[in-house]
Design a binder for this molecule. Sequence first.
Ligand SMILES: [Zn+2]
Ligand SMILES: [Zn+2]
Length: 318
Amino acid sequence: MRVRFWGTRGSIPVALTAADIRDKLARALVAASGRRFGSYGEAYAFAEESLPFSVTHSFGGHTSCVEFETGHEEYFVCDMGSGARAFGEHVLARQAGRPATVNVFMSHVHWDHIMGFPFFGPAYVPGTRLRIYGCHDILEQAFRLQQSPPCFPVSFEQLEATIEFVKLASGHPFEVSGLRVTPQLQRHSGDSYGYRFEIGGRSIVYSTDSEHKLEERAQTEAIVGFFRDADLVIFDAMYSLAEAISVKEDWGHSSNVVGVELCQLARVKHLVLFHHEPANSDAAIETALRDAQRLEELTRGKHALRVSAAHDGLEIEL
Ligand SMILES: [Zn+2]
Ligand SMILES: [Zn+2]
């Protein structure tokens, strides 16, 4: 299974500003001072090998959209944030004119998780089949409302694809095209649902927009059971721990520290920090990642946990 991250930012899309780009350039020049590069290739290799991720990359600006490639000809994706536009281009290029079947699993219908759908190219292609799965009663209404006047010029009825909404229930596993899927209720304003995907002995959990109060044992046990022994957990780490337990308590999101603790309890193999705070710079997200990695090292038991931060364009092979 291959996981592709098309959108990793929380709440609202962001773009690098001119000041951000100047800052990255200046930091690269300082790091390279005193060196001579004979070719573009030498300079490229230096950038790749010697500069920090936050200088050479960006954690990306699109809101939530994560694809799971299973080897089946159908597509599987979580959430339709603004990353869905780029995901749609990928689908259209790969299909080369053949209509696609896309299975969409919705965590919830907050705007940052549906805003990419009106720009999802395959929805405009006759013959495309879209199955939109979710646990909320208002799932279909939210998609239709977003494309109603005066908010958007193309109405939902004008989309050419065949679109089916499928209601799921928390804790009830089901199978779709070879993929076993289990939804899990999460604490968030208006509720959100995580999904555990299992295929060929591999398991991945997509768990965004979820607040955890570790002192509440029943809820913590439910989440640890949901994460249990997963190969990969994609986790809402929007805030720092200090923010999550003080000013931003009850805002419905979690932290890098809580992600490490829950994944250690559940013996997860790889934690990916996700749904980055839009106000945070690449350097701030890199610091949150390093803090999480350091915490994991200091508190490691028998099982090592790998910790990464998601960025738009990241691919993980399992
Ligand atoms: Zn969100
Ligand atoms: Zn939300």
